[in-house]
Write a new protein. Structure first.
Length: 296
């Protein structure tokens, strides 16, 4: 079985994670230009026109393959799937729920589907739903998570043993050591999120990037929020939310993602990040990150 780049049409088997409102077209294009597979994020979108504009912006910057992430829990995901098909996207990732309803919409149009899973049971179900590959995302990862997961070191080989389709490793991967370790565990590619936030091309504010570079490996925490939880940097706001009941925490955030992630007000919203923060010391270009990862 060859690596995941054959499935994606990219030079390297490196997928950029979907990172909400900071998945700007410039960063997505930079990932694809550097040989990886860039992804637009649709999870917090509600307007198909915005997705169309983003696709067009990426296409102005690169002629290399790129895709998008569809969050199953987003009621607009089926509409967004249609938009992606109409605009020639050839591979997508799905997450945050069952891919069952999205797979036929995409695969009937020739689009490859890679589904994010947190445990073996979900990987087997995703394979049964017809996905082309699964992304085994360990609990080290930043952002949205469920409650029944395992660390990347444990999750990847157990998923590899349980399914017959390719497995991509995600969570705690940010340099050549993590990249090589993923393949040693049986993965055919990697998905990288947090490391790309601390890139020159990412629209994330300098305050967010500074927080990533200064955080230690113990400076993130899981914040419960009802159906899901979120791994984020331990800012004063995050520390307050950790102490609140799960049904109150995420609903009591005072500001918006854009205020914190793009405008730099770190009191407005939590800062999603994985435990890989302990290894990030410097903001680099996307090309530097990918070249060091695959060539180290």
């Amino acid at each position: 079985m060859k690596d995941i780049s054959e499935l994606l049409g990219s030079r390297y088997p490196v997928i950029q994670g979907a990172m909400g409102v900071i998945c700007n077209p410039e960063m997505v294009a930079a990932v694809s230009e550097a040989g990886g597979y860039g992804l637009l994020a649709t999870g917090f979108m509600s307007d198909p026109e915005l997705l169309i504009e983003s696709i067009q912006e990426v296409k102005k910057l690169t002629d290399k393959p790129f895709g998008a992430n569809l969050m199953a829990m987003n009621p607009m995901s089926a509409t967004f799937a249609e938009v992606l098909c109409e605009h020639g996207i050839r591979a997508v990732t799905t997450s945050a729920g069952s891919p069952k309803a999205l797979v036929p919409l995409l695969k009937d149009r020739g689009v490859k589907v890679l589904h994010v899973v947190a445990n073996v049971d979900n990987a087997i179900k995703a394979e049964g739903a017809g996905v082309d590959a699964v992304i085994a995302e360990g609990t080290e990862s930043g952002g949205i998570q469920g409650y029944r997961g395992a660390s990347t070191m444990v999750l990847v080989p157990t998923v590899v043993d349980a399914v017959r389709i390719p497995v991509v490793a995600a969570g705690g991967i940010g340099d050549s050591r993590g990249y090589r370790a993923a393949f040693a565990l049986g993965a055919k590619g990697v998905q990288v999120g947090t490391r790309f936030i601390a890139s020159q091309e990412c629209i994330a504010h300098a305050n967010y990037k500074k927080a990533l570079c200064e955080a230690r490996e113990t400076d993130t925490a899981l914040i419960s929020g009802g159906r899901v939880r979120v791994r984020a940097i331990r800012t004063p706001l995050a520390e307050e939310l950790i102490e609140k009941p799960a049904h109150e925490a995420l609903g009591s955030i005072p500001g918006t993602r854009e205020e914190a992630w793009v405008k730099g007000d770190l009191k407005a919203y939590i800062l999603p990040a994985g435990q890989i923060t302990g290894m990030i010391k410097k903001v680099k270009s996307v090309r530097e990150i990918i070249d060091e990862m695959v060539g180290g």
